[in-house]
Design a protein around this ligand. Structure first.
Ligand SMILES: Nc1ncnc2c1ncn2[C@@H]1O[C@H](COP(=O)(O)OP(=O)(O)OP(=O)(O)O)[C@@H](O)[C@H]1O
Length: 185
């Protein structure tokens, strides 16, 4: 049965890392979807920016990031599923049985997926890492990034299906356990 795994976690908790390892383990049965992709591509198109520059860490990124957040918040106020829907439009459900959404940031993202696909199809995973671990991976607290809704909205969410600590180098057994736990068989 088709399953959609929603991965969330604070910055540098390993959302991309775990999503990619899961995807690799599931090979052509899984696909990674990022809600941030349509946000960035639509914003770039709107401003006729160079998308690759926007996605990289170059000067464009900081310059336009704040404006992009304001615009995307406005879009979400009008339609909270707007970017989730756009991201999923790129992942035809008949092509892969498992979808891993690697950057879930808001309660409304989870709400949209649950409403759209039903409780049975959706699994939510919250990755956690200690601040020291995140720092060792390159995180430093940054005002305007770490204290805004895109980073904090899920801090008080208490209905994750699974809360998974991601502290250390994890071996293949860890990923196999995740696959079992999520029943991605
Ligand atoms: N269990 C782990 N073992 C080894 N390295 C890890 C582990 N988890 C994450 N990392 C490394 O930590 C760094 C941050 O991880 P990643 O980019 O996946 O975090 P993220 O939650 O997606 O961050 P952001 O929200 O900033 O995009 C990466 O270099 C990644 O390879």
């Amino acid at each position: 049965m088709l399953k959609i795994v929603l991965i969330s976690g604070k910055r540098k908790c390993g959302k991309d890392y775990i999503s990619e390892r899961l995807q690799k383990r599931l090979a052509n049965r899984a696909r990674i979807v990022r809600i941030s992709e349509p946000i960035k591509s639509e914003w770039a198109r709107k401003l006729q920016l160079d998308l690759s520059a926007l996605l990289s860490d170059g000067p464009y990124k900081e310059q336009y990031r704040r404006d992009m957040i304001v615009w995307s918040d406005e879009m979400r106020t009008k339609d909270y599923g707007y970017f989730c829907r756009a991201a999923m439009a790129e992942a035809p459900l008949d092509q892969t049985p498992y979808i891993i959404v690697s950057d879930v940031r808001r309660k409304n993202d989870i709400k949209w997926f649950r409403e759209t696909y039903g409780q049975d199809m959706v699994r939510t995973v919250r990755l956690t890492s200690r601040p020291e671990t995140r720092q060792a991976r390159g995180w430093t607290f940054t005002e305007g990034i770490d204290d805004v809704p895109s980073e904090c909205d899920l801090d008080d969410y208490d209905s994750f299906d699974f809360v998974v600590p991601n502290e250390d180098e994890n071996d293949q057994g860890f990923i196999d356990q995740l696959v079992d736990m999520l029943q991605l068989k």
